[in-house]
Design a protein around this ligand. Structure first.
Ligand code: COA
Length: 136
């Protein structure tokens, strides 16, 4: 099993290291869009398989820098799931946002047990999705 390293900087990452994400999306964002997302987010943590020279998981967050932070995306490639990478990504991001009062995210009910094990608790939310606003 290859070693996974973690990085909070995407400056050295290129789009061809970001393939295979957005599993199950009918109109998935391209690797180039994912690269922009990583650059434009306030915080990001990447899980990198150095042997494969590929990003195998990522988490991003947006914040106001004062009180509120929002975990906007988290994904681990299917072949790398259930190895503790997702938990590591959340733990490292929560550590980076340790100075904030609130850290929120939106998730499906099936992932709530995962986030509860990361120290979070369920809450209700409101959302809006524009399915044609992908790959701008
Ligand atoms: C959710 C996700 C990031 C977890 O990543 P992962 O690397 O597989 O997670 P870990 O290996 O750290 O798993 C930690 C624990 O959560 C459990 N877990 C993982 N995914 C789960 C899920 N969907 N539902 C319930 N439990 C889950 C694991 O079994 C493990 O339990 P354990 O510590 O008791 O053994 C990954 O399944 C994924 O990318 N899913 C698709 C995208 C997604 O749903 N992202 C979240 C958007 S809000």
């Amino acid at each position: 099993m290859s070693e996974i390293v973690y990085a909070s900087d995407a400056a050295a990452i290129s789009a061809n290291q970001l393939t295979g994400f957005f599993v199950g999306w009918p109109n998935p964002p391209s690797p180039e869009t994912l690269l922009r997302l990583l650059h434009e987010s306030d915080n990001r943590v990447l899980a990198i398989d150095e042997d494969e020279n590929a990003v195998v998981g990522y988490i991003t967050a947006l914040m106001d820098g004062v009180l509120f932070g929002y975990i906007s995306s988290l994904e681990v490639l299917p072949a790398y799931q259930n190895r503790g990478i997702g938990r590591q990504l959340v733990a490292r991001m929560l550590d980076e946002l340790n100075h904030l009062h609130s850290i929120d995210l939106v998730c499906d009910p099936d992932v709530q047990p995962f986030y509860e094990r990361c120290g979070m608790r369920p809450c209700s939310a409101m959302i809006l999705r524009r399915r044609n606003h992908i790959n701008p």
